[in-house]
Design a protein around this ligand. Structure first.
Ligand code: SF4
Ligand code: SF4
Length: 457
């Protein structure tokens, strides 16, 4: 299937099955738009004869036809066999260690029930963390590099265990010739100079949560005493990023129905000096915050506004990176990633403080998704099988979607929470994803054509 759209003066065609991207002149773009049902010059050209000369139409047709012949337009559907030959699931690659099912904040939209996932508040004991490291190393197959993300709740509430786990993991990895890359996701409240130094020396990547403008952040992310946390987190986040050299981190925000003008929050973060930013649509959340179908047009327009501002910032020499616009249109991720997404439930698992295993941090606490524990290993065999089966070949919506090779099939947890089924992506989530991909492609094309940049993403 071929998807066409115009944005910022560029006519774009994306070939969904090959991932081919083409920038077309007006004649070729309009001709192509006429080829929805068949690929015949006469029927495509007929409605355009008043507008373009025969020579222009014929030249444009040759261009389109040549792309088709090369397999870059109207290419055949990929077969699932590609997945089996694409460097498939070679053991577990990453664990999300819930070192703290507890939190010092009371964010209104928290998907983790204020940190404890609707279970008892608990910090992960060191023995469980060590067992998780061994589990990862022993089940990582032929992988040389694996990952551990310290997560919560708020992982800095259990910082001593974090440090001891890193120390243990390095030694255990060295013994068998494997390397563990550590990351941490924090709300930033407990950062201080000692922790910042440690994190900068030991964590390959860091995510700090900040929602943008002070009034937006403080209206949702507040401390147990009800006070807003913007000022405290901002001071530490700036300090942290300065010491880290502004790289290998993300400032991660969440937007809700209350700030559909979220591009202002992203630009606010960029103005503060943060160069790596992500802003995610809220998942679930209460009535006040929940994103509903009627919000989608405003959200899609907001992504476009952000894309234009993004280009303006590049021209002004003040670029920043927005996570969802980092689509590499030149090489893209490896084929396996393009096809099978995040790896939840197959090569990625979340571990609770008790040592229970779930396919993903968003699914922790749902009994039907408990895959096993660190003593038993993965015992619910159907879980990895069903997650492996949930890919762009097997999901009806994804198979037909022009964006599949850039999206990789979306978030399983989002699909589950929206439709009760990891095989059924939520339409409004897909609309947002498709718009982000349109924006990302437009930005990369604009940079290449007008700014002389083919930046790595
Ligand atoms: S900081 Fe994270 S875990 Fe804590 S309440 Fe906020 S969203 Fe929930
Ligand atoms: S999840 Fe949605 S946007 Fe992504 S490939 Fe599937 S249908 Fe397309």
């Amino acid at each position: 299937m071929v998807h066409t759209y115009s944005m910022n003066g560029l006519n774009v065609a994306v070939d969904g099955n090959s991932g081919g991207i083409h920038i077309l002149d007006n004649t070729a773009y309009e001709l192509l738009a006429q080829c929805k049902n068949d690929f015949v010059f006469e029927s495509a050209a007929a409605p355009l004869r008043d507008k373009y000369t025969e020579a222009d139409l014929s030249e444009a047709w040759d261009e389109i036809n040549s792309l088709k012949t090369k397999g870059l337009l109207f290419s055949p559907e990929l077969e699932q066999g590609v997945l089996n030959n694409a460097g498939l699931a070679n053991g577990i690659k990453a664990l999300c260690l819930h070192v703290a099912h507890d939190c010092n904040l009371r964010c209104e939209y928290c998907f983790a029930a204020k940190g404890n996932y609707s279970m008892a508040n608990k910090l992960m004991p060191l023995e469980v963390a060590v067992q998780a490291v061994d589990f990862l190393l022993n089940n990582s197959g032929g992988r040389k590099n694996v990952e551990i993300d310290f997560f919560g709740g708020e992982p800095l509430l259990n910082f001593d265990v974090v440090k001891k786990t890193v120390e243990y993991g390095r030694k255990a990895g060295d013994r068998i010739g494997k390397e563990i890359h550590f990351t941490i996701t924090t709300n930033g409240m407990l950062l201080d100079d000692d922790k910042i130094n440690y994190i900068n020396e030991n964590m390959n990547n860091v995510v700090i949560s900040l929602d943008g403008r002070k009034e937006v952040h403080d209206s949702i992310r507040y401390a147990a005493n009800g006070w807003g946390t913007y000022d405290a987190i901002l001071e530490q986040a700036l300090n942290f990023v300065r010491q880290r050299g502004n790289k290998s981190y993300f400032i991660r925000g969440t937007f809700t129905a209350r700030n559909l003008d979220f591009s202002k929050d992203i630009l606010h973060l960029a103005d503060l000096g943060f160069g790596e930013i992500s802003m995610e649509p809220v998942v679930g959340a209460g009535e006040d915050f929940h994103l509903r179908k009627e919000h989608i047009p405003a959200i899609l327009a907001e992504y476009e506004r952000l894309a234009f501002a993004y280009i303006t910032r590049i021209k002004e020499g003040k670029p920043f990176r927005f996570y969802h616009f980092n689509v590499n249109i030149y090489d893209g991720p490896c084929l396996y990633k393009r096809v099978a997404a995040c790896g939840a439930g197959t090569e990625y698992f979340a571990v609770t403080p008790e040592g229970d295993l779930y396919p993903c941090h968003h699914l922790v606490g749902l009994p039907q998704f408990k895959a096993g524990d660190l003593d038993t290993g993965i015992v619910a065999d159907f879980l990895p099988a069903s997650f492996r089966e949930a890919n762009i070949f097997t999901k009806d919506e994804c198979r037909k979607c022009w964006a599949k090779l850039f999206c990789s099939g979306g978030c399983h947890a989002n699909s589950y929470y929206a439709n009760g089924d990891i095989m059924r992506p939520e339409k409004s989530v897909c609309e947002m994803q498709q718009k982000r991909i349109e924006c990302a492609i437009m930005i990369e094309a604009y940079k290449a054509l007008f700014l002389g940049k083919e930046e790595e993403s």
